[in-house]
Every structure is written in C-alpha cells, then in structure tokens.
Design a protein around this ligand. Structure first.
Ligand code: FPP
Length: 251
C-alpha cells in the first residue's frame, strides 16, 4: 500500500458518535468508467481496487469497525474468460503485495463465499492472509469472492439440517440467530449501511439475510470515482436517517 493510504483523513462535518459500525459496498461501474475513457475494462477494476484500499483506510481511521466488499459474485463467472482471469490474478497479486502493510495496520481480513472453485494459488494466498491477520482488530475487512447470498442460505440450511439429523440441534430451538451463525458472515454484525455505486437499484444476490434492516445509499458515481469525499457524503446521508427497525420512535 502506498504511503498516502492509512493516513489520517478528516471526518469534517460528520458526527463520530453516529458512524455505522459495519459498511457493505457493491462496487459497481468499473467497466463503464473504463469505457468512458476508452480504456479496457480491466483498467476500471485496477482503479477500483485502489479505491477499495482508500475506503478501507478511511474505515480504519474513522473507527468504522467492519467493511464488507462484493468483489466477485457467483454470477460473475459468466463474464468473458479474459476478464475473469484478470480478476483472479488481480486478487492474488493484491493479496501478495498488500498483506504485510495490512497486517501492520491491524487489518483482519476474511473472505466470504464458496472459495473452492477459485484457482489453487489464490486459495492458498487467501488462507495465508486470513491466518496471518487473525489476531488483528483495528478494522475487519470482509471480501466476498464467488459469493452468492442464496447459495449461502442454502448451505446454512444444509448444515443446520445435518445437525438436526444427528440430533445435535432440536428444530424448535432454531431461530434467527441460529441462521445467522451458519452464514459466512457469522463473525460480523449485520451491516448498518450498504453503498451501491453506479446507480443500479438492486441487491444482486448480496447479503440478502444480513441487509434486512440496513440503510441503503445508492449513488450514480461509478466505483472508480468513489473517493473519500463521496464516502463522507454517504456517511452524512446515513447520519440523517432515522433507524427504527420496524418500530415507532420512542416505543
Ligand atoms: C463491478 O463493476 C466490479 C466487479 C465485478 C469487480 C470488483 C473488483 C474490484 C474492484 C477489485 C477488488 C479487489 C480486491 C482485492 C477485493 P462492473 O465490471 O460490473 O462494471 P460495469 O457495470 O460498469 O460493467
């Protein structure tokens, strides 16, 4: 990571007491950003990865405990082979390049998703990075790769059914917490804020269970342009929201 990353950036007009604890991001618009500039799509992804580092830095500096980023969905395998290969190589190269500094900065990295179809060498880097950073607590960084929320829920149901069939779990003790514990995200609280860039109004199979009461911020800005002040604007919107979790205020 370059020197300006992990530097202290200002919160400016934001209330430090009312920051979200967990921010999730759908990083959309890399391809369009590149196309607008006559560049190959992969340049959008490269720039998008730099932006993600900056946002992680902001989270750490501002005391936002967890950042979860949607890097590759179960549907993204349908992209051209060259783009898929580029992304797999990018993930691996970034992990190798950034791990030392992320570790020094106290980042705890976790990968969520079905990692088994990923290239073997990427799987090894993933396992290594999770093991090296497992005692860190400055900021939690969850990266969703080959992630699909419906598949996550199906796998949770299968694991719970297995426990029921062996008698380890009684069906009437299964509640919402049980389901949450069997999801990839069991270590994190549900996101307080979801940011989606590039103006698309959909969840794209991301954290369907976990986003039940999450505030959503959708901006037309393309992900490679989502800089620190764009992030501050999202947080300012969040701070104006009245979170009632389905209740009436004051009740
Ligand atoms: C969506 O834009 C972006 C992706 C599918 C890839 C996101 C990956 C990164 C930003 C790299 C992150 C790196 C790490 C290490 C986690 P799009 O290609 O769908 O854009 P478009 O909608 O304009 O075509």
């Amino acid at each position: 990571m370059t020197a300006q990353l992990f530097s202290t950036d200002k919160l400016l007009n934001l209330d430090p007491q009312k920051l979200p604890q967990h921010v999730a991001v759908i990083m959309d618009g890399n391809g369009r950003w590149a196309k607008q500039r006559g560049l190959p799509r992969i340049e959008g992804h490269r720039r998008g990865a730099n932006i993600l580092k900056e946002i992680l830095t902001n989270c750490k500096d501002w005391g936002i405990n967890t950042l979860t980023a949607y890097a590759f969905s179960t549907e993204n395998w349908g992209r051209p082979l060259t783009e898929v290969s580029f992304l797999m190589t990018l993930f691996e190269k970034l992990l190798i390049k950034e791990l030392k500094e992320m570790n020094e900065e106290g980042v705890r990295i976790r990968f969520i998703g079905d990692l088994s179809p990923l290239p073997e060498s990427l799987q090894q880097e993933i396992a290594h990075s999770m093991a090296i950073t497992k005692n860190n607590n400055a900021v939690n960084f969850n990266v969703a790769i080959n992630y699909g929320s419906r598949l996550e829920i199906v796998k949770a149901c299968q694991a719970i059914a297995e426990k029921v069939s062996t008698g380890e779990l009684a069906p009437d003790t299964i509640d919402e917490n049980t389901i949450s514990q069997y999801l990839y995200t069991s270590a994190s609280p549900d996101p307080d804020l979801l940011i989606r860039t590039s103006g698309e109004m959909r969840l794209s199979n991301f954290l369907l269970w976990q986003l039940a009461y999450t505030e959503m911020y959708i901006t037309d800005t393309l992900w490679p342009d989502f800089n620190c002040s764009e992030f501050r604007a999202a947080l300012a919107h969040y701070q104006k929201r009245d979170r009632r979790f389905g209740k009436v205020k004051g009740s």
